[in-house]
Design a protein around this ligand. Structure first.
Ligand SMILES: Cc1ncc(COP(=O)(O)O)c(C=O)c1O
Length: 438
């Protein structure tokens, strides 16, 4: 593992800037029983402080919009951390939910049910893989892929017992379990949680020479990476990086695992972000909006030569493959095609970046980057923090959250239309114009 920096300072800065932001709002059109301030206070009192939410208390959502406890309407440009591709409360998903919830919602895979096999076939054919292993959250998908890779390493690649290594790029984010934070280079995520899991290595992201050196180690069974790094600040690798990753992994007999939990399902203007370079990972992990954001559904997809290392009892999940999640996932995937959300993401994403580049001054916003509807802008620290900028965006009617490096992400629902895109752009431009040197 490479050395990782202390993050206490970083965290306390965010904590400080998150305090004192609870603004009293107009009570006009109020929809909730209590005020936003009261909900925030109650959460602070009873919930572990593992998040510092932007101070908006949401009580209703429809399409790309949400309303707060006082009835104020916002454009949701975070969409549940890039989960609500089909927007809030999509009517077809609401009726699918109601129908399946009142028929059969959970059995566990102790028995067969009459939905999971249909879903398994559907999802395999949809993405072009032989097999699916159903899980729930994104991080469970990642854990599953790592387990499969290690087992493949021992049984197929013939790595000596307990020596298998999985390589990750620096800046990776794949969740919060012990394994996931053991590969993290962000101290806010790993500090004081050790001892960490063994068997992981790090290389710089987007650095093919470093990757090749790492893959030469015969104990490496897999390279797991995000095709675009989300949490790290929407970091888009060089063109042909993915193709070269494919080539190197094949050359050194290493499995390539693409974590498409955030980038998949049309988010970047392709079904999987790897499709932009027409390359296929040995394992693809999908999650987040797979079931429209109604229930947590994730999946690992692989061909038989890899997935066959999984034997009965070697892996499982109480909820993985539940009929409710499977039915919602099939309907969500159907909507993505029917409503041409992938195409919409590509077209509107291009417009979004082009407009932002024209409208935003470089001294305040040094860069704008992304693909499809997964985008980010950097805020020059002389003009304040990304956190403060997000709070100002909220006051102006648009919701999102910062990611690493004073960067603000924009991952609106893929059902966004031109008019809503323009409204979003106007709010972002107005908020940037209001920024003053601190
Ligand atoms: C690329 C990526 N992988 C995995 C995860 C973890 O997903 P979950 O929070 O559902 O466990 C995330 C979450 O943001 C992610 O962005």
């Amino acid at each position: 593992m490479l050395m990782r920096k202390t993050g206490q300072e970083l965290l306390s800065k965010v904590v400080q800037s998150g305090q004192g932001l609870v603004a009293a709002r107009s009570f006009f059109g109020r929809k909730s029983k209590h005020s936003s301030a009261q909900y925030i206070e109650k959460e602070k009192c009873y919930s572990a402080h593992n998040y510092i939410p932007i101070p908006a208390v949401l009580s209703r959502g429809e399409g790309v919009h949400v309303w707060d406890a006082e009835g104020k309407k916002y454009l949701d440009f975070l969409a549940g951390f890039a989960t609500l591709n089909t927007g809030h409360c999509h009517p077809k998903l609401v009726s699918t939910l109601k129908e399946q919830a009142s028929t059969l919602h959970h059995t566990a895979r102790a028995f067969h049910n009459d939905v999971f096999p249909e879903y398994a076939e559907y999802v395999c054919k949809y993405f072009g893989y032989d097999k699916v292993l159903p899980m729930n959250t994104g991080v469970e998908g990642g854990e599953t892929a790592v387990k499969i890779a290690r087992r493949w390493g021992y049984t197929v690649k013939k790595i000596c017992e307990n020596k298998a290594l999985v390589v990750f790029p620096e800046g990776n984010f794949w969740g919060r379990t012990m394994s996931a934070i053991s590969t993290s280079t962000n101290p806010v995520m790993y500090e004081n949680f050790g001892p960490f899991m063994e068997g992981f290595g790090l290389v710089p992201y987007n650095d093919l020479c470093a990757l090749e050196e790492a893959l030469k180690n015969p104990n490496v069974c897999a390279f797991m990476m995000e095709p675009i790094q989300g949490e790290a600040g929407v970091v888009v690798p060089n063109e042909r990086y993915l193709s070269e990753v494919r080539r190197l992994c094949t050359m050194y007999n290493v499995l390539w695992i693409a974590d498409e939990v955030q980038t998949g399902l049309g988010r970047t203007g392709a079904l999987l972000a790897c499709d932009h370079e027409c390359v296929r990972p040995d394992m693809a992990i999908i999650g987040k909006g797979l079931a429209g954001g109604f229930t947590p559904v994730s999946a690992v997809l692989a061909n038989d030569n890899v997935m066959s290392v999984i034997t009965p009892g070697s892996h499982g999940s109480t909820f993985g493959g539940n009929p409710l999640g499977c039915k919602l996932a099939m309907k969500t995937l159907e909507i993505i095609k029917e409503e041409k959300l992938i195409e919409n993401s590509a077209i509107l994403g291009e417009k979004f970046r082009t407009e932002l580049i024209c409208r935003l001054p470089k001294d305040k916003v040094p860069f704008i980057r992304g693909k499809g509807l997964m985008n980010a802008i950097a805020i020059n620290p002389e003009y304040g923090t990304a956190w403060d900028f997000c709070v100002k965006l909220k006051d102006n009617g648009l919701l999102t959250k910062p990611c690493d490096g004073n960067v603000v992400r924009f991952t609106p629902p893929l059902i966004l239309n031109d008019q809503q895109l323009s409204q979003g752009l106007d709010i972002i431009e107005k908020t940037v114009n209001e920024l003053k040197k601190c």
